[in-house]
Write a protein that binds this ligand. Structure first.
Ligand SMILES: [Zn+2]
Length: 459
């Protein structure tokens, strides 16, 4: 997943998508909205005086069936809600339907004439002419029949995304062709990582292993973007290198120190007799270790990992296991994060900062992680377990305001925030939950009796 530039996020505020996909309300959901009329006595009441009862309004909050993320993404991009015929398909058939509508396979790019895909096709062609750092990615995409989906609407703060669940790249629109090429390079690097088994985690993994996995698999494609941009510069087109410097402010991409580091590392490699290919990889490795210094970058990916952790908490996944495995994503795994095709990985031996250092400068992020981890340990070990008690004691000493927060509620709100135009850290959503708990809204007046809609024959 590639973080969208701050400039793009700012611009997107003006074009907030007004249309939100809603599920067609099934008859059963409408009936269920008049729960007070389901008992016989109320129905009898309704039967006696049908003329004075207005029809029940459609329920505004029926329990919606939870969509798989990939399908939700496609629906957000579809111009109309799915037809009855599409809704009747199995989830697998529906994914095939949407992929046919929005995606093409990388190896068919040469024959792809669909106007909606052309920016992505052009980016793929450009990348295939970047001999050392780009072409191996395109070769991999060809071999794997990777699907590329040209999508306009992406989750808040996300420029592009690789979905391991369905092996496709959601290529968001980038106004700059340089950005489109680098976004694509970033996402295909994730496809390479998927082949290495790096895009999965187990529910027994501890939080630190999950964070190491997420952050190292995200730092590698950033480093690769530097190498692609620099190789373009070496071949006479410096617009990619200049794009990286300017496309945002105060990020891992634009840091002047990082650009100098890459160039110095490259030049030192060449001076010592390294090939251009090896010197580019040495530069990428140096950047990989430096990406963790960016507050902006850490905030985005620490948020994405924590949101995923909270979703697992809300879904009760940690109740299924009493074991918690530590140190699962170790150096061997980090080494593979920069491996593309048969070339040596550019992340081999690269170091990650210590877990505690990742929260430097963000007390709220550290609290949010601590509170979620306590909840996970409660689920896995039980509330009375000595480990849980010790964690709670530490959090209390640490004045953690998020301990014991309602994670089901946090998760529900995170689902809403995802499709808004504004990226929010997890702790911002947690702050809102706490604020609303302190100032509960007055309970709505009881609904007047109403006449339930008849059930359709098929319901
Ligand atoms: Zn990414």
């Amino acid at each position: 997943m590639k973080r969208r530039s701050l400039r793009e996020i700012f611009n997107s505020r003006a074009v907030k998508k007004a249309h939100r996909t809603t599920l067609a309300l099934a008859g059963a959901a409408i009936v269920a909205s008049c729960t007070t009329l389901q008992s016989d006595s109320h129905l009898a009441f309704a039967d006696q005086r049908p003329a004075v009862l207005a029809p029940c309004p459609p329920d505004t909050a029926p329990p919606k069936p939870k969509l798989a993320y990939a399908e939700e993404l496609f629906r957000q991009n579809d111009s109309a809600p799915p037809s009855e015929a599409v809704l009747r398909m199995s989830p697998e058939e529906r994914m095939q339907y949407y992929m046919k509508k929005f995606c093409f396979e990388a190896h068919t790019a040469a024959n792809d004439n669909d106007p909606r895909d052309q920016a992505v096709v052009a980016a793929l062609n450009t990348l295939s002419n970047v001999t050392f750092m780009g072409k191996p990615l395109v070769d991999l995409a060809d071999q794997e029949h990777l699907r590329l989906c040209a999508l306009r609407h992406m989750p808040a703060g996300t420029a592009a995304q690789y979905l391991a669940s369905d092996t496709f790249v959601a290529a968001g629109q980038n106004a700059k062709k340089q950005g489109q090429v680098l976004d694509l390079a970033h996402e295909i690097t994730h496809a390479a990582q998927d082949k290495q088994g790096l895009l999965r985690y187990g529910y027994v993994w501890d939080i630190e292993s999950r964070v190491r996995r997420n952050l190292s698999t995200e730092a590698a494609p950033v480093a690769l973007e530097f190498a692609v941009a620099y190789e373009k510069k070496l071949s006479g087109d410096d617009s990619y290198w200049e794009y990286l410097k300017k496309h945002d402010a105060n990020t891992a991409y634009t840091s002047a120190d990082n650009h100098k580091l890459f160039e110095d590392t490259y030049n030192a490699g060449v001076a010592q007799g390294a090939s251009q290919n090896d010197a580019l990889r040495a530069g990428a490795r140096a950047i990989f270790e430096r990406v963790f210094d960016s507050d902006d970058w850490r905030n985005f990916y620490l948020t994405s990992e924590l949101n995923s952790y909270i979703e697992d908490i809300a879904n009760g996944k940690f109740r299924l296991f009493t074991e918690i495995h530590r140190g699962v994503f170790d150096q061997d795994e980090v080494d593979k994060a920069g491996k593309i095709g048969s070339l040596p990985s550019f992340t081999e031996g690269a170091r990650l900062p210590a877990y505690a250092a990742l929260f430097r400068g963000s007390q709220k992020m550290q609290w949010a992680y601590e509170a979620a981890d306590i909840e996970r340990h409660r689920q896995a070990l039980g509330a009375d377990h000595a480990t849980v008690r010790a964690m709670e004691k530490r959090a209390a000493d640490n004045k953690n305001p998020y301990t014991g927060i309602d994670f089901a509620e946090v998760n529900r709100r995170l689902g809403d925030v995802r499709w808004s135009s504004r990226f929010q850290s997890t702790w911002q959503v947690m702050d809102e939950v706490i604020k609303d708990r302190a100032n509960p809204k007055p309970a709505p007046a009881p609904a007047a009796p109403c006449l339930p809609a008849p059930k359709p024959p098929s319901a």
